[in-house]
Write a protein that binds this ligand. Sequence first.
Ligand code: FE
Length: 341
Amino acid sequence: MKNIKKYLAIIIFLSIAGCSPVQEVNIYTSRHYDVDDILYAEFTKKTGIQVNVISGSGGALMERLKSEGKNSPGDVFFTVDAGNLANFQKGGFLQPITSQKIKDLVPEELRGVNDEWVAIAKRARVIFYNPESITQDEIDGITYEELSDEKWRGRVVIRSSSNMYNQSLVSSLISNLGEERTEQWAKGLVKNMARSPQGNDRSQLMAVANGVADLAIANTYYVGIMLSGKGGDEQQKAAEKLKVAFPNQNDRGAHVNISGGGILKYSPNKDNAEKFLEFLLSVEAQSHIVNNSFEYPVIETVQPHPIIDNLGEFKMDNTSVSDFGKYNPIAVKLMDRAGWK
Ligand code: FE
């Protein structure tokens, strides 16, 4: 009799489990990293929650969310750059994250206003230079501010002002120096460009390796990808010629931006969405992220990939990443006035 009861209980449990809808989370993403697919699979394995991915550019996802309105199946928005996250927030597409676990793991300066988005990984936007054409004396103690000095005339490459990474860098300068000083700075920087902005971060690094310019501003993970050989032989050899300089080490530190996520406003699976973000901040997921995307971890118990670790320790700017969104419209206009193509 006891056994029959037990079997009945199991049968009832199984039929309830069978009838309940599939647990799922719908992720809208404009990230384009292979590592993300591994993360989604790992999350499903751990939690049984199925991950559905809708990818597209930030603009395309915004249009989609607008047309879906309250009926949107979207749960999580996952992207790169605080500027993009802030744009989604300004559009009213996100809601506050309530998980205390997430707030405990992610420092306040790495979260959006109202905790509507949080960092999942960090990247620094720093200087990479050719040690054959720059002296130690020139590079020691370098700051972003200094890059507008006449001594760098015709020696700098950086991508266009339409790029969000640059808009966020300029926003961080506005936050620290004010609009007027930042505009003067941008004008000086434009004068110092070795060529009119073209290509992505990797093109800037290649340009320095090939002698087109003496220094480039680029995100750290690009050098990681290049040095790892994942970008091919030519990129690896080019990256090996470069050295890194972390700006502003004697004051606020080097500019840091993030990859991050938020919960979409009409999320039908909010619990699963929070679980997913919590998972991304676990030791396991953070290790996956840093070892495949070459970003810096958000949690302190995980080490960066050895190639990134090798760039050296440095002081990171603690300017709140929410400021990048706050000053973005001013930054865009300022860069245009400065003639930054
Ligand atoms: Fe990138």
